[in-house]
Design a protein around this ligand. Structure first.
Ligand code: G1P
Length: 296
């Protein structure tokens, strides 16, 4: 069985929910505390053992490529000024030479199409797919658990979490079958189900390990929900030939594609940081007291 070495990051989205911030800056470069959102997702992939990072970008996204490049002048200046911990932190996040690839999704036709754009860079091996809107916080990362499940089953793996049934129409939802290793058999999938039709409350949380056969299906995939080429529809077809297992991730996930999720992520990651956590907690308490005395 082939190991999962490569990860795909679809980062071509326009970020319309974040205008005006995303007029000139990609949404993936907005910062949670002091790191761009995309860095959290790349760090999760690296922690899971991924060695090659493939970005499906679009116009106005070139700064993502710059972010993952060596900034020689900056590194040199930090070294000269003795700012060693800042430099070490940047270097630790830095992909090595030849470990990144970039391609463009020329037309915004949906997630399925974005993934298909990475076919030549992925080649004939299983790959991880991480949607950069979702950032995760837990002791053990979601992708790490998924890579372990894949090593045991050799199947396609989808990360899932529970959602409020009222929110099921916002996501892809899977049906849950028998337990397998640390996961379960997926009995069905539906993208953005209509109210009352979801097969469960387990939503696809933006983490996947897929077999390369998905690309041939995506090539001919018709448009689905939202008039977009949907990855979920292509996975349903692949499921006729290959096993799909769900990995129930138990940590926290923040949807940084929406202002609410993004603010929550900043508070949660801020609170968890050794350097600023106490300050963030004090600020929250101060604001809470101010709001309750204003309401009184
Ligand atoms: C995509 C997937 C969906 C998944 C979601 C997670 O939807 O198509 O299955 O649940 O990401 O964020 P999108 O958010 O692009 O509408």
């Amino acid at each position: 069985m082939k190991k999962v070495r490569k990860a795909v990051f679809p980062v071509a989205g326009l970020g319309t929910r974040f205008l005006p911030a995303t007029k000139a800056i990609p949404k993936e470069m907005l910062t949670v505390v002091d790191k761009p959102v995309i860095q959290y997702v790349v760090d999760e992939a690296r922690e899971a053992g991924i060695e090659h990072f493939i970005f499906v970008t679009g116009r106005n996204k070139a700064v993502i490529e710059d972010h993952f490049d060596v900034q020689f002048e900056l590194y040199n200046t930090l070294a000269q000024r003795g700012k060693n911990s800042e430099l070490a932190r940047l270097q630790q996040m830095q992909p090595g030479p030849g470990q990144t690839s970039f391609t463009r999704q020329q037309v915004p036709l949906g997630l399925g199409h974005a993934v298909w754009c990475a076919r030549e860079l992925v080649g004939d091996e299983p790959f991880a797919l991480l949607l950069p809107d979702m950032i995760m916080q837990s002791e053990r990362s979601c992708m790490k658990g998924m890579v372990e499940l894949h090593a045991a089953t050799g199947s396609n793996i989808i990360g899932v979490q529970e959602c409020d049934p009222a929110d099921a129409h916002k996501y892809g939802i899977v049906g849950r079958g028998a337990a397998v290793h640390t996961g379960f058999e997926i009995t069905g999938m539906v993208e953005k189900p209509k109210a009352g039709t979801a097969p469960s409350n387990l939503y696809i949380n933006g983490r996947y390990i897929l077999q390369p056969e998905i690309f041939a299906i995506l090539e001919h995939q018709e448009r689905g929900a939202g008039n977009e080429i949907q990855l979920t529809d292509a996975m349903l077809k692949l499921q006729r030939e290959q096993a799909f297992h769900g990995f129930h991730y138990r940590g926290e996930t923040y949807d940084c594609g929406s202002p609410e999720g993004f603010i929550e992520a900043n508070i949660a990651f801020g609170l968890a940081r050794a350097d600023v956590g106490t300050h963030v907690a004090a600020v929250i308490e101060k604001l809470r007291l101010r709001a309750s005395s204003a309401a009184a």
